[in-house]
Design a protein around this ligand. Structure first.
Ligand code: F6P
Length: 327
């Protein structure tokens, strides 16, 4: 017989993502609606380890649905990845009587939740909150849509100036281990090439294509590169291209952390609200140690221990689309 969850804690962990606030709001209000007590845990697992925990009311989440960042703050907590850190976290949760947790974060945060729930009798439910969209078991993660739209808006602006000067722009987007922002924004802005960590970058092929375009006097080219590409990002790629094709007027633009901020799109607010609502239902119904994703627009539940083993796979077809449409 599973223990009844009566007091839940909610936290955001890892890199922040637009829509996390909408997720927190949904968890708090669904919890209160169902008669649960809800606690906010500040700075992710750090707040669990250091007992930075406070009781939340409906008003605690007023006026946040449209805000980027996270009102609970976030961190990447090294101490929680030690048995001593997790013991401290458990003692602090027990002190407040918290017997269920909602973790909003990426795969690293899910790994922490999985280890913790294996060791201690506090059920965890995850919400995928990361701009990287690199979690298997969900079509979308909270924050991805906003981040990719920010990137598209920026790249469109770059295209204007690239066109005015006949320049080659190499635009670096976020994604240390994941190429989704690069791939989606690259297709949506008509980039000539998209370079991502999940695929080998054939620099010789890129140079060949650019040289061919030079011959055809097609000088406006956009290359979108994820920061985690094997060549080390936009600056490195630019160096190589400049050395090999001196006639190209090359510029670099690194979009950086602007992709993590800003007001969430409607889509991110919606999925965060639906997932947050669903996470509380999971805890009440005894569907423990899963994360709530969305597949084909329906809620989808993946055990945390499976989620940490898999990555979402980049579609070959999408890579082909980049090539064909940019020719
Ligand atoms: O996990 C999201 C992410 O934005 C990655 O794409 C990026 O590499 C990383 O976080 C950057 O993290 P930080 O803010 O710690 O530099």
């Amino acid at each position: 017989m599973k223990k009844k969850v009566t007091k839940i804690g909610v936290l955001t962990s890892g890199g922040d993502a637009p829509g996390m606030n909408a997720g927190i709001r949904a968890v708090v209000r669904t919890g209160l609606y169902n008669g649960l007590e809800v606690f906010g845990i500040v700075r992710g697992y750090t707040g669990m380890v250091e007992d930075d925990i406070y009781k939340m009311e409906s008003r605690s989440v007023a006026n946040i649905i449209q805000r980027g960042g996270t009102i609970l703050k976030t961190s990447r907590c090294k101490e929680f990845f030690t048995p001593e850190g997790r013991k401290k976290a458990y003692d602090n949760l027990t002190k407040h009587g918290i017997n269920g947790l909602v973790i909003i974060g990426g795969d690293g945060s899910f790994r922490g939740a999985q280890t913790f729930s294996n060791e201690y009798d506090i059920p965890c439910v995850g919400l995928p909150g990361t701009i990287d969209k690199d979690i298997a078991g969900t079509d979308f993660t909270i924050g991805f849509d906003t981040a990719v739209n920010t990137a598209v808006e920026a790249i469109d602006k770059i295209r204007d100036t690239a066109d005015a000067h006949d320049r080659l722009f190499i635009i670096e987007v976020m994604g240390r281990d994941a190429g989704y922002i690069a791939l989606h924004s690259g297709i949506a802005t008509g980039a000539e090439n998209v370079l991502i960590p999940e695929r080998k970058t054939d620099i010789e092929e890129i140079i060949k294509q650019l040289a061919e375009k030079e011959r055809r006097h097609k000088l406006v080219n956009l290359i979108v590169v994820a920061e985690g590409d094997e060549f080390g990002g936009a600056d490195e790629i630019a160096k190589i291209i400049k050395a090999r094709l001196p006639a190209q007027d090359v510029r670099v633009c690194i979009l950086g952390h602007i992709q993590r901020g800003g007001s969430p799109t409607c889509f991110d607010r919606l999925i965060a609200s639906r997932m947050g609502y669903s996470a509380v239902e999971c805890l009440m119904e005894g569907k423990f140690n899963v994360f709530v994703g969305m597949v084909n627009n329906r809620m989808h539940y993946t055990p945390l221990n499976e989620a940490v083993k898999k990555k979402q796979r980049i579609s070959e077809e999408w890579m082909k689309i980049v090539k064909i449409l940019a020719s």
